[in-house]
Ligand binder design. Structure first.
Ligand SMILES: Nc1nc2c(c(=O)[nH]1)N[C@@H](CN(C=O)c1ccc(C(=O)N[C@@H](CCC(=O)O)C(=O)O)cc1)CN2
Length: 282
């Protein structure tokens, strides 16, 4: 299929130069290190964290996983974050989301030192992003931008519809696309006449968490379709939000699930760990 955007292959290409950057840093006495806090036993989160650990190891980035029980209280979680904030050997800190309901996500994210907030979710990094001066950016949004760049897509004047308004995907992606002069619409569960809106999209991004949500009647011929969904179908198979079999026949370019946005999220995270570590040299 020649309209496929192979995120796995693009991530693997990026890994080659990133491995060299890590090796250079190590030669200059800096060992890049990522610390991940995983709370509870969400099976999807465990897989995503495992993928991050594997990629880090393969690149030569130190990876520390702190796995806390779902019953951990907020104060204990904040203590762990503070220790990592104070540890000069740790470059990037992230808390895998979602967190158990009893824990306030915002309090936790705000506790991460902005200069180590490798997810780019803190108000400081979000503020920089929306001020057109991005520092550390959310990895999924950054990964999607890299995919489009790899395919030489010029965003100027393109109509983009993003079905997601989260801080992880929709909002940061909208900011990044706006910076490249796209016309961006964020759609969500209360949006009226969604198919009518999505048919206006030159680039359609979906992150709804619902399998087969994007059907072929929602896509105009030749559109670029970016599928951020991670869902299980009735047979337990990993699928995205898009009815891939039908939509891929109509789309100009399309990302698969798995092997599309997911690997780009992970490699972008690693790129940012390395960028933070480089600051230790200065
Ligand atoms: N602290 C964060 N939490 C979450 C984020 C995030 O960016 N930071 N994003 C998502 C999940 N996510 C990152 O953690 C993520 C999603 C998917 C993948 C991935 O490797 N996907 C593979 C398939 C994996 C599988 O087999 O299930 C693929 O698409 O090929 C990595 C990371 C929510 N939480």
């Amino acid at each position: 299929m020649n309209n496929l955007i192979d995120g796995k292959a693009i991530a693997n290409e990026l890994a080659v130069s990133l491995r060299q950057s890590v090796a250079e840093l190590k030669r200059s006495g800096v060992q890049p290190k990522l610390a991940v806090i995983l709370v509870g036993d969400n099976s999807a989160s465990a897989i995503y964290v495992r993928n991050k650990g594997r990629r880090a190891e393969e690149l030569g980035i130190s990876f520390r996983l702190i796995h806390l029980p779902a019953t951990v209280n907020e104060a204990e979680l904040l203590r762990n974050i503070e220790q990592l904030n104070q540890d000069s050997g740790v470059d990037g800190i992230l808390v895998q989301l979602p967190l158990p309901a009893a824990i306030n996500e915002e309090t936790v994210i705000n506790a991460i030192a902005p200069e180590k907030d490798v997810d780019g979710f803190s108000p400081v990094n979000f503020g920089h992003l929306w001020q057109n001066n991005p520092a550390i950016i959310p990895s999924t949004a950054g990964g999607i931008m890299t995919l489009l760049k790899a395919k030489n897509i010029d965003l100027t004047g393109q109509n983009v519809v993003i079905i997601n308004r989260s801080n992880i995907v929709g909002r940061p992606l909208a900011a990044l696309m706006l910076q490249q002069d796209a016309t961006v619409t964020i759609a969500h569960s209360k949006t009226k006449n969604l198919p009518e809106l999505t048919r206006t999209a030159d680039i359609l991004v979906s992150a709804t968490g619902r399998a087969a949500f994007v059907t072929k009647d929602m896509v105009h011929p030749g559109a670029i379709v970016i599928d951020v969904g991670m869902n299980r179908d009735e047979a337990g198979k990993l699928v995205g939000d898009v009815d891939f079999a039908a939509v891929s026949k109509k789309a100009g370019l399309i990302t698969p699930v798995p092997g599309g946005v997911g690997p780009m999220t992970v490699i972008t995270l690693m790129q940012q760990v390395v960028e933070i570590a480089k600051k230790r040299k200065d």
